[in-house]
Design a binder for this molecule. Sequence first.
Ligand SMILES: [Zn+2]
Length: 159
Amino acid sequence: MHELSIAVAVVEQVEEAVREQDRAVASLTLRIGELAGVVPEALDFSFGLATEGTALAGARLLIETVGARGRCEGCGRETPTGMPPVLWCAGCGTPLTLLSGRELEIVRVTLADEPLDARKTVDGKGVGPPGGKGADDGPRPAPSGLPVRDEEASHVPHR
Ligand SMILES: [Zn+2]
């Protein structure tokens, strides 16, 4: 499944690009030609795996598909090649020059509003709720009556 290696390469590129932003990636748009040999569903699945634990974790993958088109050098006709592609001119039989359809490029990256650290804290279960522990710890120092009682108790034997 070469979609996985494509996904990993894309994730590495984007991580490199957003490293100094310190923000999570909200979405990523790829332009993929229909002759690029990429199955969008497989790429989407691979993207989910490749983004785990990265700044792209949870980012939405958007795919723009580019239709394959060729131009005939013989008669100048421009035509979609179709799928599977027909790479010669329907009019005169001359091989077509491919104009589009092999694209595999990152079009845009959208960053999330929250800083990357905030998202990490939310994802890191157990790290997040110090507030809950604090609430439990809070009431404990309150019964300061205990030391007072001890003092009284210690005074009693002296009398
Ligand atoms: Zn032609």
